[in-house]
Structures are given as structure tokens and as C-alpha cells.
Design a protein around this ligand. Structure first.
Ligand code: ATP
Ligand code: MG
Length: 672
């Protein structure tokens, strides 16, 4: 049955038409002029209009134009009644939007046949338009879900589109998931209400009126959804228990579409209808099914991406939590990743690191990185605060499937403390080695140096014993003297060794007293000249760097506050060396310089000189220069001198030239 409007000023024709159409079961209304016809049409929205062409006032052609210009009426099937058979007139009618023409007088069967065909084609057109709306909604839903990164506004938009198209009063999209304790729960992902002003951008909140469609579905519904079935029912057709729950909420019909991901029920889209005229065609249902599939696909993709995100976050956390510095960089040296520890260590933020490409080393691209992708190496770096640190890097070359180098991943540890410990161990080892060398040199030297005087003592004693009766007293005294001299030598040597030992053990006492230095030097010179069997003369020279007259500290008696025993060792050893390593009659000079804050002793000779190779080792124990020849000695004198000078807080230096002579300069600070 259709709603039909008949517009004709000829009452007879009008009655005939009404009679014919009502007989076909249509609901017919009438108007006798064009203007009234248009008003009735606007009120009733007829499915078809039969209108006479020739009418006073608005004629049929104008009515047809106005009907077509009104979107609410344009879909009506329009038949123009005309007595005119002219082709031009028909063209005018078609241009005005008429669908059919009927000639007067009206052929009843023709009218009814054309009406049937027109209404059928109108129905089809309407259905197509409706389906198109559903398809457009589906496309919109698909686009929204494609753009959706889990934000609820897009879910809300998508279900709003579906809700509007099906005429629902409320729509929910829910997830059905297992909680940590294994219980299954519903999680509301999106919600839309009819007449809602704005779509919510926040996650849905639980409200006081809870529909089972968004909380806990009835168990039999769940079973159906798990099997992939759509639930669509009028509430009146549901079992009583379900009816009560839904009727209490004013729901007259429901539609629940399952969302299946990985062959499992992932959730659902639930539609609630409060209007009584709920019905969906099979093609509409197909489109809704496709929309549900789009949701399922989206959730599937989303879940996969979420898994990826979780695993990435997991590994990122592992990398970030490392105390090691971790970085990645391209073959051209551009950093592509640095971890937290890396930034902390270099005192920079991530953006700085990545922009400035602070690659701490240049990988060795010459090596066979395919065969040996990992390389471990150590490097020294200077930090922002100027501190130098050691890092041990393990860099791994990274390739794609085609073995093309993508970049490097490097992990570093600070090994500064280890390096320090290694250096100290090396130093200790070195010292240990030096000590052991020293000991062995000491043993061989001492045994050698003791053997000579011992041999002299033994041979003199043997001779004394042998010639005890026959030798003259003079001869016997000579033997005894030789024994005494050799014993003295041994004693001196022992003394030196003991002194060195005491120095090594830091057991040498430092007892400074006031010493008249000029007197002291002259006494020592006499002692030395006396003890040597050589004719060298020691010339004493006193110089004074004069102080300003007004200085109250000006001293005339050259008193120094030194340890007498140590000062003796210094001067005796240096003067003895000067004589020992000079020709028999060579002159020796002892220059004494009195300064404001210090005294300087210069001991000069014109002797054999010291080879430059020996100079660095001159003050080492037992060191004797390569040019000593047969001149005897132990190589301990200068060691004792240096230690004694240092105990006074002074210093010693030497200048020497082979064959020309040597000058030792000892500077001791005066305690003022
Ligand atoms: P001793 O322990 O009996 O003094 P020594 O004279 O050999 O033995 P040092 O006084 O320590 O030992 O001197 C070390 C070495 O330095 C000497 O063996 C000698 O080669 C060199 N030397 C020291 N003084 C002079 C000097 N004035 N002229 C040339 N060589 C010197
Ligand atoms: Mg000496």
C-alpha cells in the first residue's frame, strides 16, 4: 500500500482516480488545484503524485517543478495527466521532473500498471539510497579505525556512526578479557548515546544505570557470541528474566555483534533500541557484520602492536637500566641511539648526543668485520670536566640480510680504576725488580769488595806467621800495617753499607746543631789530604753574596744549623771522589758560597770526568761509571751524599766533561 496524492480540478477525473487507486489498496488524498496540492504533499509526503497538467493557478508542470525542488518530496513518483500528445510538451514535462505521462481520457489498467511500476522503482531507489548510507557509514568506520591508535574518541566516533545509521538509542564497544586472577571481565572501550551533544574524549565512566550490554552479558548470549553468532532480538521475544532487566532500562530491542580476534571472542558491539520499529534488512545486517569485522581487525592489529610496544618497552628498560654505556651508530659515525648511562657519563642529554654525534671512537673498517663482527678495545677519553678516564669498548658490527653493514652497536665500561690498579701493580713489580736487582748487585759487590781486603789480610797474616822468627821488626810492622789498612777498608765498606741500610729503612737520625761552616770545611780538608796517599791539593775558597746592610740577619761567622755527621758524609765523599778520580797532582777546589737563605758547596776537580750515559744513574746504589778503570770503589758514596743532602732539604747537581773535570754543587737551605 502506498500514499498517493491526486491533484485535478476536474472532480469527475479525480473521483475516477481515487476509486481506481483505492481499489488497488492505496491510501489516496486529493487536491483540486496546484497550490493546495503542494501543501498536502508537504504534509503527507506521498509516495506518488498524480497531477493534471492543465489547471488554473499553478499548473501541473509548475507543481512538478516545485515537488522536485523540495528534497523531502523529490522521491515521490510523479505522473502528469495530459491531453497533449506533443513531443515538445513531453520534453517540458520530463525537464520539470515528471516520471510518467498519462493521456486523458485515462485508461484504468494503464494507470494502475504504470503506478505499480513507478512505486516498485521508487522502492528500489530508496533501498539503494539506504544501502548506500550504510556503505558510507562502513567506510567511515573503517577509516576511523585505521587512524585509531587506541584513543577512545575514535571508538566513540565509529560507534556513533553505526548507532545513527541503525537508529539505535545507545551503543557500546566492549572488550572481554581475562584478569590477572583468571576471571573474565568486560572493559568498556567506547560508548555513544542518541542525541549526545559532544563525543567524549575521555575513557567511558561507569554510570549508575548499567546495561548488561556494557557490563556482564547473560551467559547464553556469551555462548552465542563465542560461536560468532549475532544476537538480535526484540525484548518481548526474550526469556522473562532477560526481558525484566532490559525492559527496566526502557530497551525494546537489542543487537549484539561479536568481535572475534584469533578465533576467540575479543569483545562485542552492543546496540540498544528504545523505539518500537526496530528492523534491519539482511543487506544492512551484512554491512554491520563488516563493520564488526573492521573492529576485530583493528583490535587484532592493536593487540599485535601493543605486544610489540610492550616488548620494546621491556627491552628498552633493560638497556636503560644498564650501568654500561650503550650506543648505536651508522657507518658514517652518526649516533642513532644512546642509553641513559651514556648521557649521564658524558654529562649531555640525549638530543645533544644524537645531534653532535659524539662517537667515542672510529671503528676499524679495515678489519674483516663480517668474519669478526665483535671487537674489544680500550680508549682514553677526556670528559667535560677535563678528567681523563679509560673505557673498554665492545663494538659489534650489525648487518642486514644481504650482509650490508647497517652500523655498530657499542657497549662500554669505565675501567679507569682497573687501569690504575694495573699501573700500581706494574710499578710495584718494577720496584720489586729494582730491589731484587739491587740486592743481587749488593751481594756481588760486597762479596767482591770484601774479598780484596780479606785477601790482603790473609796474605799479610800468612807472611807474618811464616817469617815470624826471621823477618825484621820493620818488615813485621809493614805486614801489620797492611792488615790494619785492609781492616779499615773493610770497616769503611761495612760502615757505608750500614748507612745505606739505615737510609733505606728511614732510620737515619737528623740532629742539626749550629756549625761554624768555614772551620768545619777546613778541618775536613785537612783530614782528607792526610788520609790520601796522593799529592792533590784542596783549595778552599769562600765567597759571600753580601746582604743589604740594613738586613739585621747579616751573619759574619757563617754558622749553619746542620747535622754534623751527615754534612761530613757529604763533603768527605765528594772531596774523596774528586781526589780519587783525578791525576795525582791535580788541584781540587772547595768553594763555599754564603747566600742570604742558603749555602752552596762547589766541589771541582780536573779529573777523568763522568760519561754522559752514566749521569742519570750516578746516584743509584752501587753504580760505578764505565771509565773507573782500576780505581777501586763500591758505588755507595754518592747514594749516601744524595740522601744526606735531601735530609737537609737541599739538592745536589753535577756538571762534568770527560777528561776535563767534574763539578758537584750542593745547595743546603739555611734555617733562619
Ligand atoms: P765509594 O762508595 O767508595 O765512594 P765510588 O767512588 O765508586 O765508591 P761513588 O762515590 O758513589 O762510588 O761514585 C759513583 C761513581 O761516580 C764512581 O764510581 C765514579 O765512576 C763516578 N764519580 C764520582 N765522582 C766522580 C768524579 N769527581 N770524577 C769522575 N767520576 C766520578
Ligand atoms: Mg766515592
Amino acid at each position: 500500500m502506498a500514499k498517493i496524492l491526486v491533484i485535478d480540478d476536474d472532480i469527475t477525473v479525480q473521483l475516477v482516480l481515487v476509486h481506481l487507486l483505492e481499489r488497488e489498496g492505496h491510501q489516496v488524498s486529493t487536491a483540486t488545484d496546484g497550490q493546495t496540492g503542494l501543501e498536502v504533499a508537504k504534509q503527507q509526503h506521498p509516495d506518488a503524485i498524480v497531477c493534471d497538467w492543465m489547471m488554473p493557478g499553478l499548473d501541473g508542470l509548475e507543481v512538478c517543478r516545485q515537488v522536485n525542488a523540495d528534497p523531502d518530496l523529490a522521491t515521490a513518483f510523479f505522473i502528469l495527466l495530459t491531453a497533449r500528445e506533443d513531443v515538445d510538451d513531453r520534453v517540458k514535462g520530463l525537464d520539470a521532473g515528471a516520471d510518467e505521462f498519462l493521456s486523458k481520457p485515462i485508461e484504468a489498467e494503464e494507470l494502475l500498471a504504470r503506478m505499480r511500476a513507478g512505486l516498485r522503482s521508487r522502492r528500489l531507489t530508496q533501498q539503494m539510497a539506504h544501502t548506500n548510507q550504510y556503505l558510507a557509514a562502513l567506510v567511515e568506520v573503517q577509516n576511523l579505525l585505521l587512524a585509531c591508535n587506541g584513543h577512545c574518541i575514535l571508538y566513540n566516533q565509529a560507534i556513533a556512526t553505526l548507532g545513527k545509521i541503525v537508529g539505535a538509542s545507545q551503543v557500546y564497544v566492549c572488550r572481554w578479557y581475562s584478569d590477572s586472577d583468571g576471571s573474565r571481565k568486560t572493559l568498556l572501550q567506547g560508548e555513544w548515546r542518541e542525541n549526545q551533544e559532544n563525543l567524549s574524549t575521555d575513557p567511558p565512566e561507569r554510570d549508575s544505570v548499567l546495561s548488561p550490554l556494557k557490563t556482564q552479558l547473560f551467559p547464553n548470549w556469551l555462548e552465542m557470541l563465542e560461536q560468532g553468532q549475532i544476537i538480535t532480538d526484540k525484548v518481548a521475544d526474550l526469556p522473562l528474566s532477560e526481558q525484566d532487566a532490559l525492559a527496566a532500562l526502557g530497551i525494546s530491542a537489542i543487537l549484539i555483534l561479536p568481535l572475534i580476534v584469533d578465533a576467540q571472542l575479543f569483545g562485542w558491539i552492543g546496540f540498544e533500541f528504545k523505539h518500537q520499529n526496530y528492523s534491519l534488512s539482511s543487506s544492512e545486517m551484512e554491512i554491520l557484520r563488516a563493520a564488526a569485522a573492521a573492529f576485530s581487525l583493528h583490535f587484532d592489529r592493536w593487540l599485535t602492536e601493543e605486544e610489540l610496544r610492550k616488548s620494546e618497552a621491556h627491552y628498552r628498560a633493560i638497556v636503560e637500566d644498564q650501568t654500561e654505556l650503550i650506543c648505536r651508530f651508522n657507518p658514517d659515525g652518526k649516533l642513532t641511539f644512546v642509553n641513559e648511562a651514556y648521557c649521564r657519563y658524558f654529562g649531555i642529554n640525549r638530543a645533544e648526543a644524537l645531534n653532535n654525534s659524539l662517537v667515542p671512537f672510529i671503528p676499524d673498517l679495515e678489519r674483516d668485520i663480517i668474519q669478526y663482527p665483535v671487537m674489544i678495545h680500550e680508549s682514553q677519553i677526556v670528559l667535560k670536566n677535563g678528567k681523563i678516564r679509560w673505557l673498554q669498548w665492545s663494538d659489534r658490527a650489525i648487518f642486514d640480510d644481504q650482509k650490508i653493514l647497517l652500523g655498530f652497536q657499542a657497549v662500554a665500561q669505565d675501567i679507569t680504576e682497573r687501569k690504575r690498579a694495573e699501573e700500581e701493580t706494574l710499578k710495584a713489580l718494577h720496584k720489586e725488580k729494582e730491589l731484587s736487582e739491587l740486592r743481587s748487585r749488593f751481594v756481588s759487590m760486597v762479596s767482591h769488595e770484601f774479598r780484596n781486603p780479606l785477601t790482603s789480610i790473609l796474605s799479610a797474616a800468612d807472611l807474618l806467621e811464616y817469617y815470624l822468627e826471621t823477618a825484621s821488626t820493620e818488615k813485621k810492622l809493614q805486614y801489620i800495617e797492611r792488615i790494619q789498612s785492609a781492616s779499615n777498608t773493610m770497616n769503611e765498606l761495612l760502615e757505608d753499607v750500614l748507612v745505606i741500610g739505615r737510609h733505606e729503612a728511614n732510620k737515619v737520625m737528623f740532629n742539626p746543631t749550629d756549625i761554624d761552616l768555614v772551620e768545619f770545611c777546613e778541618k775536613i780538608i785537612k783530614e782528607i789530604e792526610f788520609s790520601f796517599n796522593k799529592t792533590n791539593q784542596i783549595i778552599f775558597d769562600l765567597k759571600e753574596i753580601s746582604l743589604p746592610d740594613e738586613n739585621p740577619l747579616k751573619l759574619n761567622n757563617y754558622i749553619g744549623f746542620f747535622d754534623e755527621k751527615l754534612l761530613r758524609q757529604i763533603l768527605v765523599n765528594l772531596l774523596s771522589n774528586a781526589i780519587k778520580y783525578s791525576p795525582s797532582n791535580g788541584l781540587i777546589y772547595l768553594e763555599f758560597i754564603w747566600k742570604f737563605t742558603e749555602v752552596v758547596f762547589l766541589i771541582k776537580d780536573n779529573g777523568i770526568g763522568i760519561p754522559s750515559d752514566d749521569l742519570p744513574h750516578l746516584f743509584e746504589s752501587f753504580h760505578r761509571c764505565q771509565n773507573v778503570g782500576i780505581i777501586s770503589g763500591t758505588g755507595l758514596g754518592l747514594t749516601i751524599v744524595k740522601r744526606s743532602v735531601e735530609m737537609h732539604g737541599g739538592h745536589i747537581s753535577v756538571e762534568s766533561e770527560i777528561g776535563v773535570g767534574t763539578t758537584f754543587t750542593v745547595t743546603l737551605p739555611l734555617q733562619l
